[in-house]
Design a binder for this molecule. Structure first.
Ligand SMILES: [Zn+2]
Length: 320
């Protein structure tokens, strides 16, 4: 141990090893033997102006994702890309644009980085599984912190290590419902056994996708003001695969697949009429994430994608 330290001090300070050893012995003597050789070595190192303490891998600037809170004006974060959303286009009275999200994880948590308009060009250089460094600021998205680049923001690839397994990126591992746990990304082959008669269409701001409030005759987004809202379809039901059942929820194109129509068509229809057409009892492949619904204290499966069961694929899966 002491030999390694001596070697390190010698290398870093350019002082001969013998000389370092001598300095350490002198130091022990000077302190009347009250200090170990290792302790003395640290003092000697300091006196020679070198740092022999192993630096943690984590760089100083790096902020834990788990400690990011809304409103931080300037953050410098490193995370592994766990998911990249498709680019979504939007149109408002005075502008058109697009938005996409990159989800970042580190050992302490996860956060969404939303990219607006020109910023989405960064997606060409970023892939799931990459580790990136982001300099930006933090917005408050209904109490949830969300990273933004802003005018001076930057995205850079980095070699820093993030000890988090993000699984196989955009693919989902096949699981039984009985195996699902909070936070898991999974593909479940299950039968849609029930659909709830909840209002399936809600209105969102075309710019940010958040829900809008009706004020008089107008729809208003908290952030973007008066907007012509866009209808979004939602389905909520129960799926069962024989090992168990779980609430399943899906939005947009996933709900449109289940309802068999676009949100704009569904908008003026009665829920009972809509549900009548749903193929309850049909099997699908549901890809998504398991979330906890705190309000009802239960698990929910949030669908990212719904696929039809392809019999041949299933046979291949069984054959391994
Ligand atoms: Zn908005």
């Amino acid at each position: 141990m002491i030999d390694e330290i001596i070697k390190k001090i010698s290398e870093k300070s350019g002082t001969d090893e013998k000389k370092v050893r001598l300095l350490i012995e002198e130091k022990v003597e000077e302190l009347s033997g009250l200090i170990s050789k290792e302790g003395a070595a640290h003092i000697v190192a300091k006196e020679l102006g070198v740092d022999i303490i192993e630096k943690p891998e984590r760089k100083d600037y790096r902020l834990n994702i788990g400690s990011i809170v809304p409103g931080m004006r300037s953050v410098d974060v490193v995370g592994k890309v766990s998911y990249i959303s498709p680019v979504r286009e939007f149109k408002t009275n005075n502008a058109t644009g697009c938005v996409a999200s990159i989800y970042l994880v580190d050992e302490t948590g996860s956060i969404r980085l939303s990219l607006w308009n020109d910023e989405t060009a960064a997606l060409d250089k970023v892939d799931t599984g990459d580790t990136i460094r982001v300099q930006g600021y933090v917005k408050d998205n209904r109490g949830v912190p969300e990273l933004r680049l802003g005018r001076y923001g930057k995205i850079m690839k980095t070699d820093e290590k993030i000890n988090v397994d993000i699984g196989s990126g955009r693919t989902y591992e096949r699981k039984n419902i009985s195996e699902l746990t909070i936070g898991m990304r999974a593909e479940v082959r299950a039968t849609l056994v029930q659909i709830f008669e909840t209002k399936p269409v809600f209105k969102v701001c075309p710019v940010c996708g958040k829900s809008v409030k009706k004020e008089g005759d107008e729809w208003v987004c908290k952030e973007h003001g008066k907007q012509e809202p866009k209808p979004v379809l939602l389905f909520s039901g129960v799926m069962d695969d024989g090992t168990g059942n779980i609430r399943v929820v899906g939005f947009r194109e996933n709900a449109e697949k289940i309802f068999g129509m676009k949100a704009s068509e569904a908008e003026n229809k009665d829920i009972k009429e809509l549900i009548k057409n749903i193929p309850v009892g049909r099997e699908y492949l549901f890809c998504g994430r398991v979330k906890k619904n705190d309000l009802f204290d239960r698990l929910e499966f949030m669908t990212d994608q719904i696929k039809d069961v392809v019999v041949l694929d299933e046979i291949n899966k069984l054959m391994g």
